[in-house]
Design a protein around this ligand. Structure first.
Ligand SMILES: CC(C)(COP(=O)(O)OP(=O)(O)OC[C@H]1O[C@@H](n2cnc3c(N)ncnc32)[C@H](O)[C@@H]1OP(=O)(O)O)[C@@H](O)C(=O)NCCC(=O)NCCS
Length: 124
């Protein structure tokens, strides 16, 4: 059985307020949860302030339903001079216990200083 790639970063209930007008979960909410999860993985490495600079190779494979538990996993795939890329997978646990990968993508973050300017990773 295929297992999630990376470390568990967040786990959250998909609530009615996160749904689109059709009643399924809104892609923007899911993207936001994945951004948070990738940011947590990156911050554990960078240990400082970050800004999201890019989201690539995003694929929505299956829908998320209200009442699913969403689990997001992060795996650091590249560390550059000022940027860090994290592969993020989102998995949904359905009400019947079934667990499926719903979305994945690459999130890139830049280490920034107090003024919001990029700074080399590894320097305070
Ligand atoms: C992030 C930010 C500080 C970068 O500043 P910048 O001076 O333009 O930075 P650069 O273009 O030199 O890129 C910095 C790093 O990001 C990487 N990067 C830039 N654009 C990228 C992209 N589209 N995909 C992947 N990496 C990218 C660069 O390769 C570089 O990495 P490296 O130093 O490890 O080689 C600036 O663009 C910014 O403030 N953006 C807004 C961030 C934000 O508000 N995010 C939240 C959105 S709601």
């Amino acid at each position: 059985m295929v297992q999630p790639r990376g470390e568990l970063a967040i786990r959250v209930f998909a609530m009615p307020a996160d749904a689109n007008p059709s009643g399924d979960i809104f892609g923007g909410w899911l993207l936001g949860q994945m951004d948070i999860a990738g940011g947590m993985a990156a911050r554990d490495y960078v240990r400082g302030r970050l800004a999201t600079v890019a989201v690539d190779a995003m694929t929505f494979k299956l829908p998320v339903f209200v009442g699913d538990i969403l689990s997001c996993y992060g795996d650091i795939v590249r560390v550059g001079r000022t940027s860090i890329a994290v592969w993020v997978e989102a998995w949904a646990t359905r009400a019947n216990g079934e667990r499926v990968k719903v979305t994945e993508g690459k999130f890139t973050y830049v280490a920034i200083d107090a003024k919001g300017k990029k700074r080399p990773i590894g320097e305070g």
